[in-house]
Design a binder for this molecule. Sequence first.
Ligand SMILES: C[S@@+](CC[C@H](N)C(=O)[O-])C[C@H]1O[C@@H](n2cnc3c(N)ncnc32)[C@H](O)[C@@H]1O
Length: 218
Amino acid sequence: MRPGRASLLETGLAPLSIDVSKPPVDPIALFAPPVTAAWLEIGFGGGEHLAAQAEARPDIGFIGCEPFINGVARLLSDIDGRGLDNIRLHADDARDLLDVLPESSISRCFILFPDPWPKLRHNNRRFVSPQNLDAVAHVLADGAELRLASDHMEYIRWMLFHVLRHDAFEWRCEGPEDWRRPPADAKPTRYEQKALSRGDPCVYLRFRRKDRESACGT
Ligand SMILES: C[S@@+](CC[C@H](N)C(=O)[O-])C[C@H]1O[C@@H](n2cnc3c(N)ncnc32)[C@H](O)[C@@H]1O
């Protein structure tokens, strides 16, 4: 790791970190005005997408989860360079944060190009799983959006299978362009750019968190 990034980790991470032992009653309270909603990115990698979203939407508070410390350091450098003050971090497993975030407290969740774990015997390590979808559904507000993307077509099929059989989600899709192209306000991720530069197609999935009163038992 570059020396500058190592020192940013030492000084810059703690003030932005969410203490999961003292979870926020309302994640919006982690941020200063004009933030009116909290969005979550799980597995932000180097944080390219998170920083670009945060810069484009100063009215949103962004919470990023990523255990890969070099990626966290890269994002801290971006936060510092761009002067962003609407990002908070959990530099660890997103599941620990999902467990303590209040119900209905998140208005959008991104899980972009998650590790595909292609070997059959490793499929159970995939982040998109019934258990993790329960946790995501719990923290998402009614009408909130879950955005998934991947260039790994077998994982896309897996995502569709698991999200569509979950009571809390409905697919926002009216035609092929909705999954072939990124949403209009999307920002590129590093893995997406790598896939596109290899000529590999990417698939973009948007799901709506159903209203609790219309989704029996969720
Ligand atoms: C293939 S990379 C994609 C990174 C980024 N989203 C992109 O598109 O460039 C997947 C990332 O998910 C992170 N990850 C894996 N399991 C995670 C978990 N349980 N909680 C948070 N992040 C996780 C990994 O550390 C890795 O950085």
